[in-house]
Structure formats: C-alpha cells, structure tokens
Write a new protein. Sequence first.
Length: 437
Amino acid sequence: MRWLKLTRPLDPGSTSWYAAFLLANAAAGAAFLLIPLYAHFLGGTAADVGIIAAVGSLVGVGASLLWGGISDRTRRRRWFVVLSFAGIGLMYGLLPLVGTVQGLVLIGAAASLFWMASSTVSALVIMERFPEADWEREIGRLNAYSGFGWATGQGLGAVWTGVFLSFLGEGVGLRTLGIVVGLLGVGGALVAALLMPEPMKRVARRDFRGVMVAVGSFLYERFRYGPAHLYYLIKPSQIVRFLQGKTAFGPDLVLLYYGVFLLMAAFAVFFVPLPIFLRQELGWPSPVIYLAHTAPTLSSVVAYRWARRAILRWGHRPAFGLGLLGRAVTFALFALAGKALPSWSAAPLLLLIGVTWATFQLSATTIVSRLAPPGLKGHALGAYNALTGLGWMVGAVTGGFIADSLGFDAAFLVAAAVVFLTIPVILVEARPLVREG
C-alpha cells in the first residue's frame, strides 16, 4: 500500500478527493431511474418497484446504524468511503446478469447497504480534517460536487439510453448503462483511495449534530426523502418513544413528526410508481423520463430564493403549508395527465413539484431545530430523519399496490389527499396542558 501514501496529497487542506463523491453521485443519479425502468423491461409492476424501493430504504436505515457504529469503533473514515463506492460499482456492474425482478430487489438492497457506508462518515471526514470555522463552507462545497455529479448522472442516463435504444433496443441500453454506472462507482472508489486523507483528529458526536442541523444532508435524489447522516446517533427504540411523547420534546415537535411521517408516505405513494406511469401509460421513452426527472431538481434550486422570501414574509409554517397545498394540487392534476390533460402536461407539473419541494426542505428541518430543547437538537433531527425514511418505506409499498390494483390515478389522488389533510397538522401549534391546582 506504499504507493497509496505516495500519491496522497501532501496539502492537508486538499479537496481533490471531492471528485470521488462527484463520480459516486453520478453513478447514483444514473441508477436512480435505471432500476424502475429495468424492472418495467423485465415485466415488473408498480408494486414490484415499490417493494424494491422499500427494501432498499429499510436496508439503508439498518446499514446507517451499522456503519456508523463500526466507524466509531475502528476510528477509520477513508476506507468506509472506498468500500462504499466500490460496493455500489460492483452491484450495478452486475445488473446485466439480472433477469428477474427478485434479482433487482437484491441489487437495490445491496447497493443501499454499501452506499450508507460513505453517507455515515462523509460529514465527519470534513469536520475532522478542517478547522471548525471552515466546516459549513466545505460541507457546502461537497454538496455542490455531489449535486453536480447527480445531475451529470441523470444526463448520462438520458443520452446513453437514447443512443442505444435507437440502435440496439431497450434491453441493451439499460444493461450497458448498468455497466457504466458500475465503472463510475469503481472510479469514485479509486479516487477516494488515492486522494482522500485519513482525518488527523476525531470530533465528538455533539459537534456533528450541531453542524448538520445547520447545513442539512449530503444525500441527493437517491435518498433525498430519508437523509441518513444522523440515523446512528439515536437508538431505534427512541423513535417509538418520540411518537408516544415520552421524551423531553414538547407536543409541538411530536405533532410535527406525525405530520412529516404522513407527508413522506404520501410523497412515496406518488413518486415510486411515477416512472412506470410515464413509461407505461404516457408512452414516454426512457431518455425522456430521465430528462423529465431533472426538472424537479432544477426547479427546486431556482425556487430556493422564492421560498426564502416566502418564509421571511409569512413565517415557516405558513410557507410550509402553502408549498404543501401546491404539491397536493399538482399530485391531483397528474391523475388527469393523458386524459383530460395532454400527456406533455406532466413536464410542467414536474417543474411545479420541484418548486414546492424548496419550501418543504427549507422549512421542515428549521422548524425541528427551533422546536427541539437546547442540547437535543441532534437527537431531534435524527428522529426526524429516521421518520422520513420510515414514511418513505410505508408509502413505497402502498403506492405500488394502489397503482396496480386501483390504477395510477388512484395512487396520485390518494397522495394528494394525504398531503392536503396533513396541512392542518403542520400549521397547528400544539400547547401542553397545564394542570390546575
């Protein structure tokens, strides 16, 4: 391993290893739609896609607890990133050998297992490598690298499937894209092994909690509804106690947890069957579906400025509620796409969904942080993250089965109804009962 030491950057402040996260997120961005599209090619249904998503999320929650604990005990960070990126590269590289939907469930679960190895240590690497004054700046830079990688991967998926669909057919296009995704993951692992330094110090978990409340999550579309940085800071049993109110958290925060759980379940009911709907019902080819899924990401970035202005003008809860109302209406309109509305109407509706996501992302974690008692902000955000992941799992399975049994229209309308009915839960501020006497 001597050559690794020779090629490692001499500058302790070097950030050239950020390129590893760019490559790995490019792999994740391309794979995000690859799995459901390949499941459809193999004859899978929306319920199958929901099971794949739910199993992957469940494994991800458990893996984040596992990897975080192992990393703390071994005091190592870099090789968890190398293992993570190499693992997802291997899993997606095996995709051409998979001929059944059940095989895709295993691929998705294994990829989630490996991905979480890097997700649980990525912020710690920066915090243990840079002065505290630079933490937020460097975490923001790594977020930018990751986001650019994600967008690049989606663009690559659109171009790759477009070229190969035209000449060799859909099956070859999707299988060879799996190989490309695998190479991107392995490339990220090599860059991390060559350029990523092992931190020279260790930070306490309490430091980690504070900065993550401020800057949010590294994870992009692949796991955006279940951020994983803080899963391992809490025990699973604590989630149940939070929902029962048996904690130091007040009723406002517990009520918000219930609302967020329902919202994430509703989002999954909509998003999990969406690629199958676009492919099967609207007849969109795979390249167009890839391009269409970049619309919410891009529109959410543009809408952040508007969302901030709305929050400053009306407050977090009213802006949150307005964004949810817009999302409920958009979900309902999707039920009309290809019927009362033309098929192309799905494209601008996806743009509107991205706009509504901006208010959700800016408001939710801020409200959690402000409602949490002093000294418990990390635990509060950890519980929030875990509940979003659990809500996504429930909604993924539910949405797939609704779409198969009652139709895609029913799934979209159920998602819209749950979001609409949850708005009062988000807006209402509970008050603890005061005992008289």
